[in-house]
Unconditional design. Structure first.
Lengths: 258, 425
């Protein structure tokens, strides 16, 4: 049987496709492999063996000291935020991202003044995680509450739900971000207990380090599940409390002297 | 019983295109505002880390609850068997879908990442009432479109009542879930109550009906179609009952909130010390949005006049926007009770005050985005009634069916024989 003239094989065309496929593979493969290589430097999964937390001893927290706030800003690139030129300073104060806030309180009855840093309380039952429609706001196995920047749609429902006003929305375009702390316009973020330090096996958080370096030692970081950790020992030794205990959230951040 | 004849909205083309053009301009401005917001980021709005939901959300929530209220008119006929409401069913369904789409568009375009809408549709956290709402809203649109089909297509007639019943249940669920978006917020004093769910349902009935009556009166007036005095009396009386019920719910809400010592400061602030929020509450919500329309609807010399009734509807709508502004924004401005019994002296936010210090100044893009959503809802309605037969030719009292009557159903014939009759041509 004779082949139809249209069905004859065009070897030149085949060769061209082969070459094109080869060149495409050669160009794309290193990118794919390099991406895989850089995406997962530490394959160890996060486990529930530890629960990270903070103890704030307000008796040691000094008025006017902002070392923990500044250290947090440097660690997470928040010091690189800049006010949009035409925005008023007052409005910008309420719009810029703040992960740790220094608070000075006076007891309405006694007048006793207390200083403390306020940040995400890393609840065991976080309202922000409950309300997030996409699951972007989630709690890791080690108790750290964090936002997945890839699936946060910027609805801000978590900010409505947070009892501690601990979350910030990125109101302005981003530039000069730090590699270990990706941030993005239109997403929500908050203290993540220096999560990149946790994943690299470092011992502490930026705020706790800065407080210790200033000679105060008001912030103790550690594993709440390890009975021998400094934070567990300190919690056993002194009375402490959770903020908004009435909500029964079992916070990972505890305060002494409030 | 007369058959109801539905006809397209046949106002002169120049007037029709004028209306569409006007709505298109408002939609265009809303679209530009959304682009501007998305490009610049939310710093161009008055929203901040303390007031995270502002004017766009007031419009969005208003339109969403009004949508479920608008479909109530169809339910009154289908579920509760009130014959004179039968001819209104199609417009009721169309308005419900249009209002919901307008509201959802505002919500989506206000997201920090509207480009991630697909993420919201593919990643679900089923503990979140927001995630449930995604199902409830899309389901509502599908259900009401099916409802419209059952009302408009003779083949669908057999399904009208079952679909109507499901739609009625669905709209109750939808508004319950919308109220619960706020009711589930345990950390915020003004929210954190199951009361918001039924309160939103009663608000939806009032605002949805007010919009429905306004659209009905406007569209009929433009074309000279008659609206019977008796029907109008029933509609405006029903609106009056709903508006009075909102007032009752408002009263009970503030009484129960304010009774316990822990929320006394909040309620005192909202009612008396909240500056513009208190003014909006009393002048916008209670006086202009409730008492004045109630007076108009029942005062002898105004209650029969279409123009006065339309004015009452407009006031109910404006009052509803004021109410939602107070409920949504006022509750965020008031500080969270993180340290009860203490005054914050210095923190970078709400310093030196015990109550009401977070600032929120709405900006033009927010307002344009909200108005754009309203215009989308009206445009969809205007196009719908123009190209399809949504509006009955006459709502004159003599042409209306009585209670328990369905003029679409053939008299004395079983549904099966009716359908076979149609099939046979």
């Amino acid at each position: 049987m004779m082949k139809h003239p249209d069905e004859t094989i065009d070897h030149g065309r085949r060769a061209w496709f082969g070459l094109a496929a080869g060149v495409t593979a050669a160009v794309a493969a290193p990118g794919v492999i390099l991406q895989i290589a850089s995406a997962d430097p530490d394959p160890a999964p996060v486990t529930a063996a530890a629960r990270w937390g903070l103890l704030i001893d307000t008796n040691k927290c000094a008025a006017g000291c902002r070392d923990c706030v500044d250290a947090c800003d440097r660690e997470n690139g928040l010091d690189r935020q800049s006010k949009p030129p035409s925005q008023s300073p007052a409005a910008w104060t309420d719009q810029k991202a703040v992960w740790v806030r220094k608070v000075k309180l006076a007891d309405d009855l006694t007048g006793r003044v207390t200083n403390l840093p306020l940040m995400c309380q890393h609840c065991e039952h976080p309202p922000c995680v409950d309300v997030c429609p996409t699951g972007a706001s989630f709690k890791r196995a080690d108790g750290i509450v964090v936002v997945d920047r890839h699936i946060c749609i910027g609805c801000r429902y978590c900010m409505m739900a947070c009892p501690y006003q601990a979350r910030s929305f990125v109101h302005e375009p981003m530039h000069d971000q730090l590699t270990q702390v990706p941030r993005g316009k239109g997403c929500v973020e908050s203290c993540n207990l220096c999560v990149s330090r946790r994943d690299h096996g470092l011992a502490s958080t930026a705020c706790a380090d800065a407080c210790a370096a200033a000679g105060k030692g008001a912030i103790v970081f550690g594993d709440l599940k390890d009975p021998a950790s400094p934070i567990s020992l300190a919690l056993r030794a002194m009375p402490s409390r959770q903020l908004r205990e009435d909500l029964a959230l079992n916070t990972g951040v505890r305060y002494a002297g409030v | 019983m007369k058959r109801i004849v539905y006809r397209e909205w046949r106002i002169p083309p120049t007037r029709y295109w004028g209306i569409l053009g006007l709505l298109a301009v408002v939609i265009g401005l809303g679209g530009l505002a959304a682009l501007y917001l998305e490009h610049q980021g939310h710093w161009v709005t008055g929203m901040n880390n303390f007031v995270v939901w502002g004017v766009p959300h007031v419009f969005a929530v208003f339109l969403i609850i009004a949508a479920s209220g608008a479909v109530n008119v169809a339910s009154i006929a289908t579920v509760f068997g009130k014959g004179s409401y039968q001819p209104l069913g199609r417009l009721s369904g169309l308005l419900a879908v249009a209002l919901l789409i307008g509201g959802l568009l505002i919500l989506v375009l206000d997201l920090g990442r509207p480009d991630r809408l697909l993420v919201a549709l593919t990643h679900y956290n089923l503990r979140s009432i927001f995630a449930w709402n995604i199902y409830l809203y899309t389901g509502f649109i599908a259900l009401v479109i099916a409802y419209l089909w059952s009302m408009a297509d003779r083949m669908g007639l057999a399904f009208k009542r079952p679909i109507g019943l499901v739609a009625f249940g669905w709209r109750i669920a939808l508004t319950t879930a919308t109220g619960s978006i706020f009711g589930f917020l345990v950390a915020r004093q003004a929210f954190d109550t199951a009361f918001l769910a039924p309160m939103f349902i009663i608000m939806s009935l009032a605002y949805g009906l007010a919009i429905f009556i306004l659209v009905l009166l406007f569209s009929f007036d433009q074309e000279g179609r008659p609206v019977g005095e008796q029907l109008l009396r029933r509609l405006k009386n029903l609106l009056g009952v709903f508006v009075a019920a909102v007032l009752y719910f408002t009263l009970v809400y503030y009484l129960t909130k304010g009774y316990g010592a822990k929320n006394t400061d909040l309620v005192g602030w909202l009612l008396f010390g909240g500056g513009s929020y208190s003014v909006l509450l009393w002048i916008g919500w209670v006086l202009a949005g409730t008492l004045v329309p109630l007076g108009i609807l029942w005062y002898p010399s105004t209650r029969r006049d279409c123009r006065w009734i339309a004015a009452a509807c407009a006031l109910v709508i404006l009052g509803g926007l004021a109410a939602l502004y107070v409920i949504l924004v006022g509750s965020q401005v008031y500080p969270l009770p993180i340290f009860p019994g203490h005054t914050i002296l210095d923190s970078g936010f709400l310093d030196g005050v015990k109550v009401g210090a977070a600032s929120y100044r709405p900006t033009l893009p927010e307002l344009l985005l909200g108005l754009g959503g309203v215009a989308v809802a009206l445009l969809l309605t205007a196009v719908g009634v123009r190209v399809l037969q949504f509006l009955p030719e006459s709502l004159a009292d003599a042409d209306l069916p009585g209670d328990g009557q369905d003029p679409d159903a053939p008299a004395g014939a079983s549904k099966a024989s009716y359908i076979s009759e149609i099939s046979a041509g």
